[in-house]
Design a protein around this ligand. Structure first.
Ligand SMILES: *[C@@H]1O[C@H](CO)[C@@H](O)[C@H](O)[C@H]1NC(C)=O
Ligand SMILES: *[C@@H]1O[C@H](CO)[C@@H](O)[C@H](O)[C@H]1NC(C)=O
Ligand SMILES: *[C@@H]1O[C@H](CO)[C@@H](O)[C@H](O)[C@H]1NC(C)=O
Ligand SMILES: *[C@@H]1O[C@H](CO)[C@@H](O)[C@H](O)[C@H]1NC(C)=O
Ligand SMILES: *[C@@H]1O[C@H](CO)[C@@H](O)[C@H](O)[C@H]1NC(C)=O
Ligand SMILES: *[C@@H]1O[C@H](CO)[C@@H](O)[C@H](O)[C@H]1NC(C)=O
Length: 570
């Protein structure tokens, strides 16, 4: 997941050439375009002409991008926090993730051609045709021609499209019916031209209106940007989330799910190793965008999961972990003392959920440790990250995210960093289809031949017995469920630990709801002890310890905002 976002965040650049001056003199007006092009537009009586001039500069070379970013995030008001859940409607204000869209067509690989895009709910025009022409080795042209306005749409209704090649993205708006919008890409570098001719320009209908696309992207990048380092004392590039991440992420969650993250006194409660026990569960959230994606997708108020084992008389935290801010990678152990220090450095919010006495008695630390030793050092579970979450054909993704869109973005990424989509979905899709080593495009062909949709294949449950190219694959929460399974807590049941999200783990009925907290814990009303963090880790109001274990649990559970209702026995 992380790698995908880094890849997406790298797409953001800007510059100009001489042509710029010439066009300016001819009355072309400069419009903002932040994806590596200069954009100039002039409206003629019978068509609108937009010229895009290629030329890359990095964000670091253009500090004005940083100013735009700060301006956008600080212009978010209290009132915006009350706006509706994120959906694909055209908003008055910018919002998270709304720069995304649905793929409507592809032009380019077949040479000059014309395609017609069909409208969907909320679109302004009855039809839109797109005519593609290659003009020279450095230039291509697209002419978008909208038809009549659809009945019931406002006179100023505009549709926006994102045109993506494997090397760049461009956004454009269509406002006037029956008026062609000519859109020319000039000074294309050879690799950009080649990408267009091999893979085409993909045309996505964008969720939000044109003017919001950049702000949408900027605030979304703000969810993730910062805290990339290892040093807790360095601001922005250190190991803690930045101030804006701690503002934007709760805002994103409030808008996306309705849940309100409450601030708390940031008190560190140092539970020592006699106050914690093997099999106890640590719920953890870091305001870094990733834990919030998990919350948006699964409803989990905890993003990371850790459990404890007694190893030779000393308490260890054990976990599946791969973060840049964490000193160790992969499935690992750290002494409880070291772990607490690393967790503080990382800016974690952490609470300890204690097992009930009878469950604690049942937990076989020796058996769990024997199993742990067989998987220690195995990489983090990228392969099934998405699959433990997606259990159903259409009831797991927030409405704004279309699985086909996700798949096509990954197909796009596959063209230039194949390892990422292979790791994130490719290997797991191959397991599901019984194929080997097919890439996403080839997998698509197999699904097509077998009359399966992407959604149907995603919904096939993940099996604990599947071994990937780099070993068994476990995300943090499946690792904890697997330790419990090895320690005998699910004896007599058929359990695929890989199907457990962090929410599934804290909802399993194993915890001590009548726990007597040590005196030093905050008197915050929680039935367990929060040991660090600026935000309250409240799972007590989210089905904490409420689901009795049963065979094949959590293999077919829907999870959609705002309520994330699960169906009985899913
Ligand atoms: C999106 O949310 C707005 C505001 O609540 C609502 O008016 C609109 O109908 C929603 N659109 C869709 C497509 O659900
Ligand atoms: C190219 O044209 C062929 C034949 O008309 C068609 O099957 C194929 O889908 C087209 N490719 C793209 C990427 O549009
Ligand atoms: C659009 O509205 C006009 C007049 O209000 C009506 O005559 C026409 O049939 C409508 N078209 C559609 C496709 O509904
Ligand atoms: C715990 O597991 C170990 C190793 O699998 C086994 O030898 C031992 O009998 C188990 N203890 C109990 C109480 O079941
Ligand atoms: C493909 O699947 C759909 C829906 O599951 C079904 O309606 C259709 O008949 C199937 N087509 C073939 C060729 O099997
Ligand atoms: C995993 O899930 C599959 C499909 O539901 C089921 O057949 C299998 O028994 C499960 N595996 C285990 C170890 O429970």
């Amino acid at each position: 997941m992380r790698k995908v976002f880094i890849a997406l965040a790298l797409i953001a650049l800007c510059s100009a050439l001489n042509l710029h001056e010439t066009l300016s003199k001819q009355g072309y007006e400069e419009k903002p375009h932040y994806f590596g092009f200069k954009q100039l537009t002039k409206e003629y009586s019978d068509f609108v002409d937009t010229v895009l001039i290629d030329g890359f500069k990095t964000v670091l070379e253009d500090p004005s991008l940083y100013a735009t970013f700060l301006k956008t995030i600080t212009s978010f008001t209290e009132e915006d926090k009350n706006s509706a859940f994120i959906n694909c409607s055209k908003g008055t204000k910018p919002n998270f993730f709304k720069f995304i869209g649905d793929q409507d067509g592809v032009v380019g690989p077949n040479g000059s051609e014309t395609i017609t895009l069909t409208p969907t709910e909320g679109d302004c025009f009855e039809s839109v045709t797109v005519q593609y022409t290659k003009i020279s080795d450095k230039s291509v042209e697209l002419i978008f021609t909208p038809g009549n306005r659809r009945n019931g749409t406002a006179d100023n209704c505009k549709d926006s499209y994102t045109v993506g090649s494997t090397t760049n993205y461009h956004a454009l708006a269509l406002g006037q019916p029956n008026k062609p919008h000519k859109w020319t890409l000039k000074h294309l570098k050879p690799q950009n031209m080649q990408a267009i001719e091999s893979f085409g320009l993909r045309i996505f209908k964008t969720c939000d209106k044109f003017a919001n696309i950049l702000p949408d992207l900027v605030i979304t990048v703000g969810l993730f940007a910062g805290g990339f380092g290892l040093n807790p004392d360095v601001p922005i590039f250190g190991s803690k989330p930045t101030w804006w991440m701690e503002v934007l992420n709760p805002l994103f969650i409030q808008q996306g799910t309705g849940y309100l993250w409450i601030k708390r006194e940031d008190k560190f409660v140092d539970l020592d190793q006699t106050e914690v026990h093997p099999g106890d569960f640590l719920i953890i959230t870091r305001m870094d965008g990733l834990d919030q994606i998990i919350q948006w997708g699964t409803g989990s108020r905890s993003g990371h999961s850790v459990t404890l084992l007694d190893i030779d008389g000393e308490m260890y935290a054990v976990e599946s972990q791969d973060a840049w801010y964490w000193p160790k990678k992969k499935i690992q152990r750290n002494t409880w003392k070291d772990w607490k220090q690393y967790a503080q450095n990382a800016g974690f919010n952490v609470a300890l959920l204690p097992l009930r006495e009878e469950i604690r008695q049942k937990f076989n630390n020796t058996a769990a440790l024997e199993w742990f030793e067989t998987v220690e050092g195995v990489p983090y579970g990228y392969h099934n990250f998405l699959f433990g979450w997606i259990d159903t054909e259409n009831k797991n993704l927030p409405a704004v995210l279309d699985i086909n869109f996700v798949y096509s973005v990954l197909t796009l990424i596959e063209k230039f960093i194949p390892a990422v989509p292979k790791s994130l979905v490719g290997e797991a899709m191959n397991k599901r289809l019984g194929t080997e080593n097919l890439n996403l495009v080839q997998l698509y062909e197999v699904m097509f031949q077998r009359n399966l949709t992407v959604a149907e294949v995603f919904a096939i449950p993940e099996q604990d017995s599947w071994i990937y190219s780099d070993g068994p694959s476990m995300v943090c929460s499946s690792f904890v469920a697997a330790i419990w399974k090895a320690g005998g807590l699910f004896d007599g049941l058929e359990i695929n630990a890989t199907e457990f999200t962090p929410r599934d783990v804290y909802q399993t009925n194993f915890f001590d709801k009548k726990y007597k907290k040590p005196e030093k814990c905050l008197k915050d009303g929680l039935p367990y002890c929060q040991i660090m963090g600026k935000f309250v880790m409240d799972v007590a109001t989210d089905g904490y310890s409420s689901i009795n274990p049963y065979s094949n649990m959590f293999e077919h559970c829907p999870s959609q905002p705002p309520l994330f209702l699960r169906t009985k026995g899913c």
